[in-house]
Design a protein around this ligand. Structure first.
Ligand SMILES: [Fe+2]
Ligand SMILES: [Fe+2]
Ligand SMILES: [Fe+2]
Length: 421
């Protein structure tokens, strides 16, 4: 039984966003921490704190999937694209719908929000504006050439036109930011979201089937950055699930394998697109960088308590039975059935996919590569045997799963290009 809380999951994914660039390190967490005193000051119903926290923790998630340069996300630019992309990524899950709606408008000026009569949820519009304002405050105070002092930030925000920010929100900021404690809580890197959210966050444990939906959604955040990776996690998850069934895992374990497959490459969020999409052979230093995705993934998944063996299955997908894998060079005695299945599913899916530097292999070529990897004791020969014995069936379900992911990817990209429709 997996026992994962919504808060832990969202904080874990928000932490993953920190790996993308130094500009955003801690940004989502700081915005979330500062939104709560604002909501209290304004008198927002505490039932909405959960949605506000989730929205603040994930507000720029759309920028990652569109691979926008976060350094360039300036307030003079059109920021609708990543706001709408974040909304489209998260809205599919009922527990994230309201947070998605808040994210959709997190750069929309207040006067524009006032014209959205069709959106009857006026509190949600105010929550968007709070995230917008606190995002602005954090950008103004970020370390570097553009950092402003607290007094200067108060001066800038206090003079903002109510066309941009809700008047009540500006007043609330002037009140809460008068206290040094506000700034210290925002700056305190040791502050734990769990301590802060305690009593505010309507936390709950997520049923396993819902967790699958969450994990697929987060696999899209990582995979949709590039056409070459857009369907990878779904192919791995489907293959791992089918192999788990064939290897005799029960229903609950099989579900966990799908979850691990969805999350196995979560560390790739830390890789620049130039490496993922490089059309030639990687230089040794670049290869080291790519290998590092496993350790980043491990840090992210281990920070989400309750995942148990799922993190090991996900994080050991590049380990090899003969000890020649990475990152730890584990040998067969240390590799569980789940980790062995994940390795086979990952290699098999990867070699059948088109990459910038080569076309995907034909089924015959893939069979022969898998056979030789089993002979060299890179991959478990029993699992590879299951794959080869059931090849046509497995190949068909993997193809269907990846075709669905490709449709979702195209819809996401097209919708993002056509954001005003
Ligand atoms: Fe943003
Ligand atoms: Fe990987
Ligand atoms: Fe992978």
């Amino acid at each position: 039984m997996i026992n994962v809380s919504l808060l832990d999951l969202v904080v874990g994914v928000s932490g993953a966003l920190d790996y993308v660039s130094q500009t955003v390190t801690g940004h989502h967490r700081r915005v979330a921490v500062s939104c709560i005193p604002m909501a209290r000051e304004i008198g927002i119903d505490s039932c909405s704190y959960t949605d506000l926290l989730i929205a603040a923790l994930l507000h720029d998630i759309g920028a990652f999937s569109l691979d926008l340069d976060l350094n360039a996300l300036d307030f003079d630019a059109d920021l609708t694209e990543h706001s709408v992309a974040g909304y489209r990524l998260l809205k599919g899950h009922p527990a994230l719908l309201r947070a998605a709606q808040i994210i959709r408008n997190h750069h929309t000026p207040w006067h524009e929000l006032q014209t959205r009569h069709e959106e009857a949820d006026s509190e949600m519009l105010l929550l968007s504006n709070i995230v917008n304002l606190m995002d602005r405050v954090d950008i103004l105070s970020k370390v570097g050439a553009r950092a402003f002092t607290r007094d200067k930030i108060r001066d800038i925000i206090g003079n903002y036109s109510p066309l941009f920010y809700n008047e009540q929100a500006i007043e609330a900021f002037m009140d809460v930011s008068a206290s040094p404690a506000f700034w210290e809580s925002v700056r305190d890197e040791t502050i734990q979201m769990r301590e802060m959210a305690d009593g505010l966050f309507n936390d709950r444990h997520i049923p396993e089937e819902q967790l699958i939906d969450f994990s697929r959604l987060f696999s899209y955040v990582i995979d949709f950055r590039s056409r070459h990776t857009a369907t990878h996690s779904q192919g791995v998850a489907e293959t791992a699930t089918q192999l788990a069934k064939l290897a005799g895992m029960d229903e609950a374990e099989t579900l966990r394998m799908r979850l691990a497959g969805n999350l196995h490459d979560i560390g790739k969020i830390a890789l620049p697109l130039s490496l993922l999409d490089k059309p030639g052979k990687l230089k040794p230093i670049e290869f080291n960088h790519v290998q590092h995705h496993v350790q980043v993934g491990e840090q992210i998944l281990k920070s989400i308590s309750g995942l148990g063996e799922i993190s090991d299955w996900a994080c050991q997908h590049h380990e090899r039975l003969n000890g020649k894998g990475y990152p730890y060079g584990l040998k067969e005695e240390a590799l569980s059935l789940g980790s062995r299945i994940m390795a086979v599913a990952d290699v098999y899916t990867a070699i059948t996919e088109d990459r910038p530097y080569r076309e995907g292999m034909t089924p015959e070529e893939a069979r022969s590569v898998m056979t030789s990897l089993s002979k060299s004791r890179s991959l478990d020969s029993d699992i590879v045997g299951l794959l080869l014995d059931n090849f046509d069936e497995l190949n068909a379900v993997r193809t269907i799963a990846q075709a669905k992911a490709l449709r979702d990817f195209k819809m996401f990209r097209n919708a993002s290009q056509d954001i005003l429709t």
